[in-house]
Design a protein around this ligand. Sequence first.
Ligand SMILES: [Fe+2]
Ligand SMILES: [Fe+2]
Length: 280
Amino acid sequence: MRQLATSQPSRVEDDFVVGLYHKSKRNFWNPQDIDFTQDLHDWATLSEAQQKVLLHLSALFVGGEEAVALDLAPFLLHVCQQGRYDDALYVAAWTLEEAKHAEFFDRFHRVVAGAPELSRLHVASWQQIFYQALPQAMNALQTDRTPVAEVRALGTYNLIVEGVLAETGYRAYQEVLEKANLMPGLRMGLGYVQADEGRHIAFGLHNLSKLLHHYPQTKEVLEDLMVELIPVAIGIVHEVFATHRPMPFDISEEDFVNYALRQIQHRSEVLQRPFSPTRV
Ligand SMILES: [Fe+2]
Ligand SMILES: [Fe+2]
């Protein structure tokens, strides 16, 4: 007989994950509500070099958001097939949020930047993550339901793509725009996106921490994955900076790299703490 979680009288919820799910619903936002009128004016005042940098950053973001939106489905199926009801609720909300992020950056491109061709801006290391590592790790869950496959999937998605690339990129993007007081619509959307991403990463850390606790052999799998992907993630920063010399907006390659490395350090410290069901 099929076991349905909500039919069990003594069901114990994962309070942390259910809390994230409720927060997602409370903090709902609609990319269509973002007003890009001032952004359009601001875009016209930028130098060609400044436009090129912003276009490059947003090309990587819109491509990255589309990729994570498309690549999350195997994980949703993975938790559903294991009857993980609380996780399924949250991953469904998470999937919608990634769709909204892709929609938001796509709107910015169409409305403000004139929708130019973007794949030429996908630098080699970015391709390595988004064309290969991420879809491979996520699609592996379709045939491999082991904790090792899940650690590889969440490690790639939550720790590298969201925890290092997205966090570093959004933060730097936001700082550049705030310093110059530019693009209020883009900044407003970035704020919403960052808040959503914070929950995605919290979910990933919570689940990874649980997996490392129950299956200690996966610790080495995660360490190997980080050794493999951290240099590629840092490579993206170097390749983007190499494309724009001199770099406008007074931003430093070293600052970006250091911020990215601090994100990794911070997440590693969280995962070294003993697992607690109520926090990450
Ligand atoms: Fe996202
Ligand atoms: Fe995300």
